[in-house]
Design a protein around this ligand. Structure first.
Ligand SMILES: Nc1ncnc2c1ncn2[C@@H]1O[C@H](COP(=O)(O)OP(=O)(O)O)[C@@H](O)[C@H]1O
Ligand SMILES: [Mg+2]
Length: 303
């Protein structure tokens, strides 16, 4: 049973003047156990709408979403997930420690498990020093990290995170990525939304692009990076510069020149290098980034 199964999911909101706002149109998506799945889309794409439906915060207009085969919103499904909403906010008169204790009780954990696990997760998100301070004195980044901590407390198998890196400084982002990588290593499934392509490149197995409430593509990140190879930047002794007149070449230093070899010409380049006995010093693929891939889709859909 897939951790997440979404079929034909559609959501129509009514705005203040009762006009229909279609936030999501016929979304189909299957998330497999053990994968980190990035849900990428610009603002207003429908990411949070999807996530709120998955956790039972809102009802869909049509279609269905299931977690581990159980209808989304059913308390039995909710018990099995760790959920980080976008812009989390907490009872700020509590300390982080008190808040986690409340969360632990909601999940039916006993006192000793709460004590042990809250220590563990506070350490993981680097909030230990502030654990006994009231949340009202926390920075935005600390609140976000507490949000992540409460998803980890009952050690669920599925994490649903709405923009987990938002509002964090570079250190905080690195910390969240590391937490995600560690969860993946432990076989957990993570479904998270973002509008930042670098986050996808760093941690995801697969990525879906959502624009205007419609699913545009689902890809394996490794394949996107592989397909995105445009050619190779190759460093060679500058004494060989005369051999590369067919390629774009430029001097790099007195001893080294750099040649750009398009993907399709790599074999003919290697044939020359082999024949002439040239010592290749460095080969680096030049990639079309996920950012470019994403921007092309968004521009095509919004034009
Ligand atoms: N409660 C609501 N009432 C009316 N429209 C809404 C409501 N929530 C979201 N929307 C609209 O639905 C669309 C998708 O929003 P959302 O799911 O929050 O996108 P994302 O999370 O990708 O930024 C947007 O056009 C947004 O304005
Ligand atoms: Mg959102």
């Amino acid at each position: 049973m897939n951790p997440i199964s979404i079929e034909g999911l559609t959501k129509v909101y009514r705005d203040k003047k009762r006009r229909r706002v279609t936030a999501l149109q016929g979304l189909d998506l299957q998330i497999e156990a053990g994968e980190v799945f990035g849900f990428l889309g610009p603002n207003g794409a429908g990411k949070s709408t999807t996530i709120k439906t998955l956790v039972g915060q809102i009802q869909s207009t049509a279609g269905c979403a299931k977690l581990f085969g159980i209808a989304a919103g059913d308390p039995r499904a909710r018990r099995r997930i760790g959920y980080l909403p976008e812009n989390p906010s907490f009872y700020d008169f509590l300390t982080a420690k008190e808040y986690l204790s409340l969360v632990g009780r909601c999940f039916g954990m006993d006192r000793s498990a709460i004590e042990r696990e809250s220590e563990r997760v506070l350490e993981l998100v680097d909030l230990h020093p502030a654990a006994k301070r009231k949340i009202q004195g926390y920075s935005k980044g600390m609140v976000q990290r507490l949000g992540l901590a409460q998803t980890l407390l009952h050690d669920p198998d599925l994490f649903i995170l709405d923009e987990p890196m938002s509002g964090l400084d570079p250190l905080g982002r690195a910390l969240v990525k590391q937490v995600m990588i560690d969860l993946r290593r432990r076989g957990k499934t993570i479904f998270f939304s973002t509008h930042v392509t670098a986050d996808v490149e760093a941690v995801c197995d697969r990525v879906a692009v959502l624009v205007g409430g419609k699913l545009q593509t689902v890809n394996r990140v490794s394949e996107l990076l592989e397909k995105g190879i445009e050619g190779y930047v190759i460093q060679l002794p500058s004494a060989t510069a005369g051999l590369w007149s067919d390629f774009e070449a430029r001097p790099q230093s007195d001893d080294v020149c750099e040649v750009f070899v398009p993907r399709g010409k790599f074999n003919s380049f290697m044939a020359i290098a082999g024949r002439e006995g040239v010592e290749v010093q460095l080969i680096e693929p030049r990639r079309r980034s996920i950012e470019q891939f994403f921007l092309e889709i968004v521009r095509r859909e919004t034009e």
